[in-house]
Design a protein around this ligand. Sequence first.
Ligand code: ADP
Ligand code: ASP
Ligand code: MG
Length: 403
Amino acid sequence: MAKKVLKFGGTSVGTIERILHVANILKKEFVAGNEIIAVVSAMSGVTNGLIEQSNSISKNFNKRELDVLLTSGEQATSALLAGALIDMGINSKSWLNWQIPILTEGEHSNSRIINMSVTEIDKFLLNKGVAIIPGFQGISKNGEITTIGRGGSDATAVAVAKIFNADSCEIYTDVDGVFSTDPNKIPVAKKINKISYDEMLELSSLGAKVIQSSAVQTAMMYNLPLEIRSTFTERNGTKIFNRENIDYEKSVTGVAYSKDDAKITLIGVLDKPGVAADIFEPISNDQINVDMVIQNISSDHKKTDITFTIKRHDLLKTLEILKHNKRIKYDEINHNDRVSKVSIVGAGMVSTPGVTYKMFRGLAEKNINILAISTSEIKLSVIINEKDTLEAVKKLHTIFKLD
Ligand code: ADP
Ligand code: ASP
Ligand code: MG
C-alpha cells in the first residue's frame, strides 16, 4: 500500500467522459489498496474563459475578485470528480481551499502555498476514501481566496505530496511525458525517460509548459521524485529526480522556446560606473524581471549601448519607466516585441566541448540572426526574431541528435 498524489490537468478533465475516465483511474488505484489524493485543474478552457469574461467587464478587473472567480474552475472539477466516484460506489469527498485550509502567502494571482492542514483528510484516507483537492488555489492568513499562478495545479500537487508525506506524486497530462521538445509542435520529438530536477527546471522556466517551474523547484528542494505521464495511455512516463541517477549520453537533453519576450536597446548610454544600476533599479522597483543584459564595450570609453530583454507584457511599462528616468541619458531607445527565446538544455553540456559553436553554426545555416545570448552551466539561450522560432527549434533538435 502506498500514499499517492495524482494530479490531473485541464485536458485530462476537459469533458464529462474524461472526468469519468479519470474516476476509473482513481478507482483502480484505490481498489489496489492505495491511499489516494487527487489534485485537479479546471476543465480545459475554463480558466481562460473566466479571464475573458473578467476582461470584458474591465481590463483592470479587481484582483481579489479575479481570484474568487478563477478558483471556481477547479471547484467545479473537484465536485464532478468526487460525485463520479461516489456514483461508482467509491467513497470520495472534495474540499474547498478554505475548508482544508491551504494556506498561502503573497499577492493575489501570484501567491505561494506555505502550509496545509492534514488532519481531516488523513482521517478520511484512513477510513477508506478518495480525497479530491482543487489545484491552483488557497487562502491567505487574512481569509482571502488566492491563486498561485497559471499552471499552478502542478505546484499544488507537489505541495500536497510534500505536506501529506506521500510516497509518490504523479502528474497526469495529455502527452506521454516530457519530450525533447514540444511534441505537439515538433512531431519528431522523443520522450525522455528520466530527467534531472535542474534540467526540468530550466526547460519549464524556458517555456516547456508540461510542468510548471515552481512545482519542479519545490520538488527539487525537498528531493521529491515526480512522474509525468499520460491520462490517456498506459505507457511509462518521465521520471524526474536527482542528477546522480542519470547517465548522460547526449550533450543536450531538450530544446525549449518561449514567444513572450521583448527586447529594448538604449543607444549612446554614458560608459561610467553606476549607469547600469541607475537604469535597472527603477525597473526592478516596479517588479519587472529583466532577463538577458548585454552591454557593448565602447571604443572611445565615453558611450555604449545596452540591450536587455523582458517579458512582452512588461514592455510598455518598462519604456515608460525609462523615459521618465531622470538619472540616465541616452541618444536613442529601440524596442522589438516580436522576438522569442530558444534554449538548449542539458546536464551533459558541462562535459561536452563545442556545444556553443554548434548551436550558433546551426542557426547561421538557417540564416537566423541571433539578437542576444545568455548561458548557464546547463543551458544556452538565444533571442531571435519570433518568425524564426520553429525553424530554429527544429534545426537545433536535429543538430543535437534529438530527432
Ligand atoms: P495540463 O493541462 O495537463 O497541465 P499543459 O497543457 O499545461 O497540461 O501541459 C502539457 C502540454 O505541454 C503538452 O500538450 C505540450 O504541448 C506542452 N509541452 C511543451 N513542451 C513540452 C515538452 N518538452 N514535453 C512535453 N510537452 C510539452
Ligand atoms: N486552471 C489553472 C490554469 O489554467 C491552473 C492549472 O490548470 O494548473 O492556469
Ligand atoms: Mg499545466
